[in-house]
Design a protein around this ligand. Sequence first.
Ligand code: AMP
Length: 187
Amino acid sequence: MNIILFGPPGAGKGTQSKYLVNKLKNFQVSTGDILREEIKKNSDIGQQIISNMNEGKFVSDEIVNSLIENLIYDPENKDKLIFDGYPRSLSQAKYLDLLLDKSNQKIDHIFFLNVNKDTIIERIEKRKILENRKDDDSDTILKRYDTYMETTRPVLDFYSKNSNFHEIDGTKEIDQITKEIDTFINF
Ligand code: AMP
């Protein structure tokens, strides 16, 4: 089963995707984690992306797409993909369709975790203390939210007409969100 978790920064995509990875024995495709790992390794890619990441700006499609391509084509991950933070733009959504098509896969569920701006700011300020991410400071949070509204939210139109698209109130408690997701994947 391939799943996309979609929503603004701080919506709880990472938390729910970890739950799903554990439950379904799937593979988490978190582009944010993959990119942070490149920075930690101080790889060529890491050096190219560090300033964009710290400033809350998108990393280029060229880099992000190249990093996920092999994961999607890997036979071990076939039909076991949980996307968290990808796709984040219409061009990425179209590219993902192409990669899935080429590898004979499809998306089984898209969960949109809908959260308002105030809740996002509150949650990310808490996360900043726990994870110490440079892109979680107050100014950067607002910039990331604006980028989400401008570039990522339009992706909803691309998916929302599909019968496998589910909007979930992401302001609820973690357990309640998990239960709601479960109703769609437990059959
Ligand atoms: P996240 O951990 O999903 O909040 O992502 C953290 C940061 O990584 C984002 O603010 C972007 O700088 C970068 N990033 C993650 N996923 C993508 C993506 N799909 N496209 C472009 N940049 C991304």
